[in-house]
Write a protein that binds this ligand. Sequence first.
Ligand SMILES: Cc1cc2nc3c(=O)[nH]c(=O)nc-3n(C[C@H](O)[C@H](O)[C@H](O)COP(=O)(O)OP(=O)(O)OC[C@H]3O[C@@H](n4cnc5c(N)ncnc54)[C@H](O)[C@@H]3O)c2cc1C
Length: 360
Amino acid sequence: MKVAVIGVGVLGACVGWNLSRLGAKVIFIDAGRPGEGVTNWSFSWVNASNKTARKPYFDLNVAGIAAYRELAGAIGPGSWWHPSGHLRWADDPAELLKTADLLAAWDYRFEVRTGAEVRRHLEPAVAIPDEIPVLFYPDEAWVHGRQLVGSLIRHAAASGAEHRFGTAVREIGANRNSRTVALSDGTHLDVDVVVNAAGPSASHIAGLISRRLPMRREPGVVTRLSGAQVPVHRAMHAPHIEIRPDGDASVVLHSREIDALIDTGEDPAELARRLHEQAQYVVPELSNSRIAQTRVVERPIPTDGFPSVGAVPSVPGYYEAVSHSGITLGPVIGRLLASEIVSGKRDELLADFRPERFGP
Ligand SMILES: Cc1cc2nc3c(=O)[nH]c(=O)nc-3n(C[C@H](O)[C@H](O)[C@H](O)COP(=O)(O)OP(=O)(O)OC[C@H]3O[C@@H](n4cnc5c(N)ncnc54)[C@H](O)[C@@H]3O)c2cc1C
């Protein structure tokens, strides 16, 4: 079976790697460079504690965390995998503790620490009130998305996968038993299956086969700081700001509150300055770092906020892998979708997230 994976962010890389393990002949296609789309501009927090809106979605994210541990076992943990847990605290802890009650009822692991304990045992550089309750999620992690994508492509290539990078998919046609993918470099590929993993451009790719995949607009802004030293050891949600390490000399910042300013027309450089300012209230040592890069990106979110994963029965040979929380969900979606493509069997875990809910 020959499969064209369109888009090589975390979702395309996970689907393609799993397909190549199952013996499919994979061709990765990306208009740019692999892993440099949203995947490179994500807060990249692997979690289910923030996914309590619906139980099936929570369960899928729990499976996502488990799939990361399997993935690290299969390809080696490398510098992409950081299973250091997650810290979360808030100005008003009542809401947080209410969520904790729900998580406890769903058997999700967490510990309640005080600010003083966190400073003493986990994060000495964090300025946090002594008595404030802090939730520590020991099974959560952060991921270096670009490095993960690179590692998956190398492993898939060792099993015979090919790639076409720097060339965009322009058209998708159908012959009797196959699909033809036309690329912007003028070449054509004949394949049995196409996988739409084009992130924020997924509805455009769906349009090439006359399918409507409705997506909503929800931009986010992410800033990378560089500095001599990284004063934090894990990803954390502090009041008004999210902070995580991003390797040996870099820190990533994000905030939903600052995202809300994107559409006011505020200059991204000003948004980055505000992120840096908020971060310094929480980690004063970050005043020694400087803003290195800032990017405003679109989240790849179907209109109802949930993933669109699987076959579209009315379009033979076409599958979707489109999701927000794609960092958390990449490995589990990759495993389930690859198995569905090769065996034709649909997994119950994806029952609520099927593409056909948006119509044929
Ligand atoms: C600010 C922000 C914070 C986030 N935080 C988290 C988080 O903490 N945890 C979490 O789990 N998720 C988080 N997410 C979501 C997560 O980052 C995304 O769901 C995930 O990265 C999407 O990966 P992807 O592979 O679908 O898309 P991408 O990484 O964007 O990959 C899609 C690829 O398709 C390619 N492409 C597009 N059009 C074409 C074409 N015509 N032909 C060929 N190639 C094409 C692009 O070049 C790109 O490389 C966050 C997102 C944002 C924006």
